[in-house]
Design a protein around this ligand. Structure first.
Ligand code: PMP
Length: 387
């Protein structure tokens, strides 16, 4: 009988043979759009710290203050011992920021999607669920654990969604549409006014992941959901990207949040977020609404990057945000380009299958407000030289 480690080595060897073995490399986020990795300071186009808040002194100071006041851990899940008044106040702030009745904090974006979707579907037995093909893995995980079959529509193809709603949704007792406002690997946006109208016309619940929109898009950085009259039924977002911290939220009606408190297992059975993390979120909420100059700067940088990629003949898909893919195609070619860029002190991580469809391996370029136009030009020059 082979030991567990022998099984594991054999499984890893298969991944290695397929050229897909991943390894963890030590790296530390640095200010000014940099990252320290392999002993070198690299110009970083791969982190999701869009607004530069992950190293902002107000966040680190508030995290320290809250930890000094309340300790390093929260002790239990919120339903068991009761909940900190600080987290209730924070949730009220998140709801006000998002323009919803209520909000609930989760331990991570992954956990929010993996916990909220099954909770929602437990209340809508037999619902037909419609998902964008490129939805994040955490939504697939949530739907898989709910045991729900997904009707997947072509990426951002709302005509296809409409067709599926009519053919697969009409007989179902309920319909749920699950999608993102900014797609994490493509940087394109959903047409939210049209999607919301479609949801209304087909009496469907709309579940929107705003992980990459929160802090960056919409009025005061409140995300795209804030631009839709009447709002979106269920909004998920993270504090781990533009908000420079960790954790996530679901925002919506009071009834939705009360239901999640009762039925979302990833909330019910998980320890409350620790004070330092909550403190950093609180400080980010002080700053984000006023960061419109940073948001405008990101948008200008993204235009500059896309124009430069056009000049190099590189496809950036439908990018319309701070995430700009440079689609290369083959896995080997993309990995080689990322490695050559790292030699020149740029971090531009290669993203390949299964994260993106085969043949569309890419450099996923994520802009940070600390980048300058010169940084973009230097990256473009380096890409040109390495190819
Ligand atoms: N949703 C989307 C669209 C994401 O890109 C991510 C992060 N990669 C998540 C959810 C998960 O968020 P977190 O990293 O906070 O767990």
């Amino acid at each position: 009988m082979a030991s567990l480690d022998e099984h594991l080595e054999a499984a890893l060897a298969k991944v290695e043979q397929a050229g897909r073995r991943r390894v963890l490399r030590p790296a530390t986020l640095a200010p000014r759009g940099r990252i320290v990795r392999g002993g070198k300071t690299l110009l970083d186009f791969s982190s999701n710290d869009y607004l530069g808040l992950a190293t902002h002194p107000l966040l680190t100071e508030r995290a320290r203050e809250w930890a000094a006041r309340h300790g390093s851990g929260s002790g239990a899940s919120r339903l068991v011992t009761g909940t900190s008044p600080d987290v209730l106040a924070l949730e009220a702030r998140i709801a006000a920021f998002k323009g919803t009745e209520a909000a609930l904090v989760f331990a991570s974006g992954w956990q929010a999607n993996a916990a909220a979707l099954p909770a929602l579907l437990a209340m809508l037995p037999g619902a037909a669920v419609f998902c964008d093909r490129l939805n994040h893995a955490s939504m697939h995980a949530g739907l898989a654990s709910a045991g729900t079959r997904q009707h997947r529509f072509r990426h951002n193809d709302l005509a296809h969604l409409e067709e599926l709603l009519a053919t697969r949704g009409a007989e179902a007792p309920a319909r749920v549409i699950v999608t993102e406002s900014v797609f994490s690997m493509d940087g394109d946006l959903v047409d939210l006014p049209r999607l919301a109208a479609l949801a209304r016309a087909h009496d469907a619940v709309l579940y929107l992941d705003e992980a990459h929109a929160t802090g960056v898009l919409g009025p005061r950085g409140a995300g795209l959901s804030a631009t839709v009259p009447g709002g979106v039924d269920v909004i998920m977002g993270t504090f781990s990207k533009a908000l420079g911290g960790f954790g996530a939220y679901i925002a919506g009606s009071r009834a939705l949040i009360d239901w999640l408190v009762n039925a979302a297992s990833g909330f019910v059975f998980s320890t409350a977020l620790p004070p330092a993390v909550l403190g950093a979120i609180d400080a980010a909420l002080d700053l984000v609404p006023g960061m419109s100059a940073e948001r405008a700067h990101l948008s200008t940088l993204a235009d500059r990057l896309r124009a430069g990629l056009d000049r190099l003949g590189l496809d950036h898909g439908g990018s319309a945000s701070q995430i700009v893919p440079a689609v290369i195609g083959g896995e080997g070619e993309t990995l080689a380009l990322a490695a050559a860029l790292e030699e020149r002190d740029f971090l531009a991580a290669a993203i390949r299958p299964p994260t993106v469809p085969p043949g569309t391996s890419r450099l996923r370029l994520a802009l940070r407000a600390a980048h300058s136009p010169d940084d973009i030009d230097a990256l473009l020059e380096a890409i040109a030289a390495c190819r």
